[in-house]
Ligand binder design. Sequence first.
Ligand SMILES: C[S@@+](CC[C@H](N)C(=O)[O-])C[C@H]1O[C@@H](n2cnc3c(N)ncnc32)[C@H](O)[C@@H]1O
Length: 274
Amino acid sequence: MNDGVRPDPVKLSSDWMAVLRAREHAQPDAYLSDPCAAAFVTPAAETGVDTLGGGVLPSAVVPIRARLGDLTLLSSGVRQAVSLGSGTDCRAYRLPLEPGVVYYEIDLPGQLTGKTERLAAAGFAPRCGVRVVEADLRRDWAPQLVTAGFSPAEPAHWIAEGLLSYLSAERIQTLLAAVSSLAAPGSWLTFDIPHERFLRDPVFEPFLREMGRRGVPYVGALTDPAETLAGFGWSASAVLHRELATGGCRWLPPLPERLRTPPADVWLVRAHRP
Ligand SMILES: C[S@@+](CC[C@H](N)C(=O)[O-])C[C@H]1O[C@@H](n2cnc3c(N)ncnc32)[C@H](O)[C@@H]1O
């Protein structure tokens, strides 16, 4: 892959996300309800998380961005959603979605093989339509999505969680352009992405160094996502995790104390297509 991001470790990173969501789900005052995440928790995945960055991780962002995606999807009323770099995202199995909704899961070839079976073994069945699209999001993936049944004429919720940090600046622009060309009026887009400052934050230096060593360097960032998205025809709001930790924002529920630290310059973004 580009910029030192290697396919096998980047695929593994999805199981690390499941570990973080399962841990949050287990809290008595869980910010995120994700009973499916535990199906992907293995000793190797737990070790993968626990040996990262001397324990100083931007991990709070993981349940926060997932909650943002849940709230946006459930309130949007759209009938189709696209999870870009879906990995262990199990919304189609855990949210009370209408059976007529179709949830498209896009990830690298092979990454989603066996996901449905693993969830079935843990007692989870899809609550809506699920269609898997095996594609590299650095290539021309849109025709495959349309062939799978996606309608560019209908609004959709586009979700990119834990993905854009692995794409170069140029590829982020290309991806946003492709999403925007398929997004009908009424569509929503939610994602997280580091601010450029995050990539140089000494607090997270051990984490960033270890991610690089594992073949999953953080290479993608945006300084002003709302402005970038305005250029693609979206009306966007963005808040840094650091700001959420101290002040909150009107489109996310207040954070419990444990998700406030360490404050990270990582954006949470919610955009609407007028
Ligand atoms: C950190 S995980 C996030 C998974 C999920 N969205 C979540 O939040 O739990 C990153 C995911 O993006 C996928 N991914 C990374 N680069 C990709 C690419 N170029 N094309 C398609 N998928 C990619 C990985 O395979 C992995 O499943």
